[in-house]
Design a protein around this ligand. Sequence first.
Ligand code: ZN
Ligand code: ZN
Length: 346
Amino acid sequence: MKAAVFIEPGRIEVRDVPLAPCGPDDIIVKIHACGICGSDVRNFRAGLRRNAQGITSQIMGHEFTGVVSETGANVTRYRIGDPVAAAPDVSCGRCWYCRRGLANLCDYHRMLGVDWPGGFAEYAQLPAEVLERGMIHHVPDGLSLDDAAMSEPAASVIAAQENAGVGLGDTILILGDGPIGCLHLEVARARGASRVFMSGALRLRAAEAFGPDLLMDGRREDVVRKVREATGGLGVDFAVCANPVAATQEQGVQAVRKRGTVILFGGLPKDKPRTTLDSNRIHYGEIRVVGAFSYPAPIHLKALAAIRDGVITPSKYITLILPLDETVRGFAAAVAGEALKVLIKP
Ligand SMILES: [Zn+2]
Ligand SMILES: [Zn+2]
């Protein structure tokens, strides 16, 4: 089959590669679409972590949808022709976290696109452990396979806001105007937030379509001052750092009110993970600074339902669809902010 294989930092090649056979407990999915994630872009630049098999070259891509094209003899949950959407995380089911329903924090966390070949390919072979301990969900009726590809990033945003407790009447500042920032905007509104402010850089035009109450160019505007002005000096209830920039984490701490919450959503570059936060402000203001990473399976189902119900509008994100041969161009377009979400279709 044809696949876009990540070879080394900065190098992806479209090649013919063998597809693993479908074992008795496995399925094969014919890929319909695979979104390019911010983490794919990061890995493309910095390299993939060494996976369980000890390799760092892999077919990336974990935001994929497709149709089941082959099922093993023992498989009962999936039938040929079923439309499915994949989320990447695979947990062990046995560690301290898994036993408490926190599969996203599994000590032995593995991922499609790293530990198994991902979705930038014509087919994906999904072995039993991925079907058992991962998230290969049926796409609900009435939801297209293009739109369902947004379910993976949407799920992580829904989980972050659920855990932090964003709700009715809240004011929220989103730092980052990429697809994740815009998803945070839509999800915050759906959860009842009354005012949503956003600061960004490359994708302000696209972000405007989501109707933030205040949209700031973080490169030229004093975001913290403007947010303070807009809230009568109080500050926001929540700030979400939805990009890989340490400086915006500092802005988040400055922009929330006392007892406000800063959600560190975007990971920082692997070689520069440190940030500098005003710890006295956190201390005296009793500010909560919380992390957010991935989600357990029920949240992915919620995301599929939210997209089907129109709470999240994929058409505003997916403005560039490219064939597999142009995967590298898709990565460049994602970096340049040409589209909020780039879909690759084999
Ligand atoms: Zn993703
Ligand atoms: Zn585990």
